[in-house]
Design a protein around this ligand. Structure first.
Ligand code: CMC
Length: 429
């Protein structure tokens, strides 16, 4: 915090309103406008373009420089040297684990991977063609009906157990939602496998034969989880914080986060990228779609391009592109028509004046969609996988909020509706 102040001069008022300014450890200063309501005014910032909704120590992003730090560590270093579960530990506890802490954490997550057997009946109540994100919204919220012993949000140990359960069970639930859609039996987790291997085993294994997980694909999967682990106060994380601010239990809050993630402007973009590539259909149609993306009167946007915060490049996209190249080389895929469209689209968008001027670069979802498709994961599961990876970020933010001082989130509005008017009886309308 600092002694700096801002002074707001308002037409018609003699005295400027004094507002405190706070400095973070890095990043822009923030003006505390909390006192304005007592002066009869609100601030107006739809989409939270300039509004910090909380104080946090978890993740820092500098969108102009393409920097993403988790607890101070650059995402590129974590992607290169760490793994998903170690990054989970870092996000949850604030420091990298010692060898013993790492082993204990992995063990704890491993032994929470199974879900309550009765939960399986929830899946059977859905239509076979239900979108897996619809299933995830339901079953994750339903966890609160199964794990009553970790619902007391005032108890730190309960919060910790809820975190273990969510991180551990999300891949199991995700794979179950896929298995249900194709009519195959659910696979139990295999606790001898790593987090990512286990997920691929539950997705692609069957009880009829031993499943063998390709280590290159498992590494890419782990990286996808890691690169999605947290991203500061995005729409779904803010939703989790807002839901949590009312005192709701963690499973319900994460279900709210999953719902917010689903939209195509957020986590749904990786699915939308593949749908768009299919709609484009052939490299010869790319120009036409690029022209549509640039046309102000056409709502079409190039999915997987642009970001609210990153205006230079998305550091996650750089690492994800490396993984995409590794996976395609491992699988010997070099003539996939959709991948050919993706590559050409990337080239065109990077050269095109419109995209350069508006700073629209391929984002993380552009490349993750390509990897997931190559691994054989169906498009409808892409956002579910994002949700699996992001769960730890949601819980870390929820925990940070609950363990500090917080108030219920209650935004205000600029009201432009009718002023007060009198009720008219039916025969006078
Ligand atoms: N294709 C074409 N034009 C675009 C695109 C795009 N993908 N993205 C932004 N623009 C244009 C937009 O039309 C606007 O133009 P103008 O200034 O002339 O009105 C300008 O760029 C700024 O766009 P904006 O909508 O004001 O920017 P935003 O910060 O509100 O939106 C975004 C960010 C990610 C929602 C948007 O870029 C978008 O819709 N991208 C496609 C969806 C996508 O890939 N989303 C995944 C984001 S990364 C994963 C995640 O964090 O969830």
């Amino acid at each position: 915090m600092s002694d700096k102040k801002a002074f707001l001069k308002v037409d018609g008022r003699d005295e400027a309103i004094e507002l405190p300014i706070y400095s973070g450890s890095i990043g822009p200063d923030v003006i505390d406008v909390g006192g304005l309501s007592s002066q009869g005014m609100f601030t107006y910032d739809p989409g939270f373009i300039s509004t910090a909704a909380c104080e946090s120590q978890i993740t820092y992003i500098d969108g102009d420089k393409g920097v993403l730090l988790h607890r101070g560590y650059p995402i590129e270093q974590l992607a290169e040297h760490s793994d998903y579960l170690e990054t989970c530990y870092l996000l949850l506890y604030g420091e990298l684990p010692s060898t013993q802490q790492k082993a204990e954490f992995e063990n704890t997550v491993r032994y929470h991977t199974m879900v309550h057997d009765q939960l399986t009946s929830f899946f059977h109540a859905f239509r076979r063609d239900a979108h897996p994100m619809a299933i995830m919204c339901g079953v994750v919220g339903a966890l609160s009906a199964f794990y009553h012993d970790s619902l007391d949000i005032a108890d730190e140990r309960h919060r910790e157990i809820a975190a273990f359960r969510l991180v551990a069970k999300m891949p199991t639930l995700a794979a179950m939602s896929y298995k249900f859609s194709i009519g195959q039996p659910f696979m139990y987790p295999d606790n001898n496998l790593s987090y990512a291997e286990n997920f691929l085993h539950m997705m692609f294994g069957t009880p009829c034969e031993d499943s063998v997980v390709n280590p290159v694909l498992a590494k890419a999967m782990d990286r996808i989880f890691l690169l999605h682990a947290d991203h500061e106060q995005n729409a779904s994380t803010s939703t989790v914080r807002l839901a949590g601010s009312s005192g709701a239990n963690p499973f319900a809050c994460i279900a709210a986060g999953i719902a917010a993630l689903w939209g195509p402007s957020h986590g749904g973009a990786n699915e939308a990228v593949l749908n768009m590539l299919e709609e484009i259909g052939d490299v010869s149609h790319i120009e036409e779609f690029v022209a549509r993306a640039k046309d102000k009167d056409d709502p079409f946007r190039l999915m997987g391009f642009g970001h609210r915060v990153y205006k230079n490049f998305d550091p996650r996209a750089k690492v994800m592109k490396e993984s995409a190249d590794e996976v395609l080389a491992e699988l010997g895929i070099d003539n996939d028509p959709l991948l050919a469209i993706a590559k050409r689209l990337e080239e065109i968008a990077l050269e095109d004046e419109y995209f350069i001027e508006k700073k629209l670069y391929p984002n993380v979802d552009f490349y993750s969609g390509i990897i997931l498709k190559a691994i054989g994961i169906p498009t409808s599961m892409f956002t579910v996988i994002f949700a699996v990876g992001r769960t730890v970020g949601w819980i870390a933010h929820w925990h940070e909020m609950i363990s500090g001082s917080y108030r219920i989130g209650r935004p205000r509005q600029l009201y432009t509706g009718y002023k007060q008017r009198d009720y008219k009886p039916l025969d006078q309308r």
